[in-house]
Design a protein around this ligand. Structure first.
Ligand code: TYD
Ligand code: MG
Length: 455
């Protein structure tokens, strides 16, 4: 029999090559190919049609108790999950390093353990002492969590097999786990896949809610094979800017619930606090609507983010050349918008200094932000605030038309979820939200009329 050929698997996308290459031919990432176990060669001798055990069929309406969801006690976590942990299900939680995954899971674990349920927390990243220190800081030291620092899946499963199955098993993280039946270092595709498979099988057989923490690559997808996302029931991502306080927990896939609910948390000194009224997040510190400020529902990759755009206009007395300064946006695009506002809407910026700032250190490159920028400029010019809790989206053409944008409906639904109730943009947006009144402006001139005209 021919010797099975070596094969190389991309650690980012799972693509297979027969030789090592610097760049993955499938996803174009660099230095991601690693040698993997040879593919199994199947032959005609593989006859699986006899010698197996009989499989039991069940009716959908079979009498008896259905598995009930176990609330974690963190309402925002449960909301994102669609109502709590389903026994025997596997959740993959991804997120940037240091975003708070371990903190979130330790808090959820403590809530469940305090409710009298068994909880096992296995960390392959931190020593037990470090986790105890974190628990002390979070005020969770008294929670009866079974805590271990381990990376061997065989050791973990042997130990779990000799005790009562817990309600919740946390594995932090799947990339640190190692199975001695599989070749390769922890974190390689075959190790991640193999370890996840064994842990998920244990969870399904014992009705345990399993949470696997997954590292993410720099483009935000979960590191390791894509197949990991297929193996689990729920894929969640924990998002936010590390330098900012707020964190959003979002389900990207959920076999037991909807994926459009988000959970919002704030990282504080004593761990994560739930934010049950997320609209406060953007309104706090700004009780009164301010002139020159407009909110734009941005999309970052797959994640919607609401961004505040601030404009300031200073009228010059003398004939000095006015300044234009932009932070977080393209200055060429600002010049274009000012020209459109001048020539199509009759506004005059020629003797005014214009400052534009995207709050929070964001960099916007999406042309859909045009209208929000224009709204901020016109509002600053007129010294009139825009309607409270309003969002603005749309690309502005040189002719002064407001053009449709990608994911318009999704942006509006996210804005509505975060407490915004008015939207302005292109004439027609499909799939908005009932909680949000939408105004199709069509032409930039209509925006100017709205803000300056009917005072
Ligand atoms: P962590 O949960 O370790 O992140 P992850 O597991 O996703 O890598 O969170 C680490 C960050 O959270 C760290 O930068 C400090 C911050 N933090 C707080 O601000 N307050 C706290 O009470 C805790 C425990 C962490
Ligand atoms: Mg961690």
């Amino acid at each position: 029999m021919a010797k099975p050929k070596k094969r190389y698997v991309c650690q980012a996308c799972g693509g297979v090559s027969n030789r090592w290459q610097g760049q993955c031919p499938d996803c174009a990432e660099w230095n991601t190919l690693a040698e993997d176990a040879p593919a199994t060669v199947f032959s005609m001798k593989h006859d699986l049609s006899s010698g197996g055990r009989a499989v039991e069929f069940v009716e959908l309406d079979k009498p008896g108790a259905l598995p009930t969801r176990q609330p974690t006690g963190l309402a925002e976590f449960d909301r994102a999950l669609g109502g709590g942990l389903v026994p025997g299900s596997a959740i993959l939680l991804g997120g940037d390093p240091g975003i708070g995954k371990s903190t979130l899971l330790l808090q959820a674990a403590a809530k469940i353990a305090r409710g009298g349920h068994g909880v096992v927390y296995v960390s392959g990243e931190e020593a037990a002492g470090q986790i105890r220190m974190r628990a002390a800081r979070l005020g969770l030291s008294d929670a009866p969590i079974k805590l271990a620092a381990a990376t061997g899946v065989r050791d973990i499963l042997t130990t779990l097999g000799s005790m009562d199955a817990p309600k919740l098993l946390v594995i932090d993280s799947i990339q640190t786990m190692h199975s001695d039946t599989i070749e390769g270092a922890p974190g390689t595709v075959s190790q991640v896949r193999g370890c996840a498979f064994e842990l998920i099988r244990y969870a399904k057989e014992n009705g345990v809610g399993l949470v696997l923490v997954g590292h993410v690559t720099k483009d935000g997808s979960i590191a390791g094979p894509r197949v990991l996302e297929h193996m689990v029931d729920v894929v969640m991502s924990f998002e936010g800017e590390r330098s900012h306080q707020y964190r959003i927990l979002r389900a990207l896939k959920n076999r037991f619930g909807a994926v459009d609910e988000i959970g919002v948390f704030a990282m504080a000194g004593e761990g994560l606090e739930e934010v049950d009224n997320p609209s406060m997040l953007f309104l706090s510190g700004r009780d009164e609507p301010m002139a020159g400020s407009a909110v734009f529902p941005a999309i970052e990759g797959t994640r919607p983010v609401l961004v505040e755009i601030q404009a300031l206009i200073v009228r010059l007395q003398s004939g000095a050349t006015p300044r234009r300064a932009v932070v977080g946006w393209d200055s060429g695009r600002l010049a274009m918008l000012l020209a459109v506002l001048e020539s199509r809407c009759g506004l005059n910026f020629s003797s005014a200094e214009v400052y534009l700032n995207v709050a929070g250190g964001y960099r916007l490159s999406d042309p859909a932000a045009d209208l929000a920028v224009a709204a901020a400029l016109v509002s600053a010019m007129a010294d009139k605030p825009l309607p409270p809790r309003s969002v603005w989206l749309g690309e502005v053409s040189l002719a002064g038309e407001i053009r449709p944008v990608a994911h318009g409906g999704l942006r509006l639904r996210e804005a509505a979820k975060l407490g915004f109730d008015r939207g302005f943009g292109p004439a027609d947006v499909k799939g908005g939200s009932e909680a949000l009144t939408y105004d199709g402006l069509g032409q930039l001139a209509n925006l100017v009329d709205r803000i300056i005209g009917n005072s």
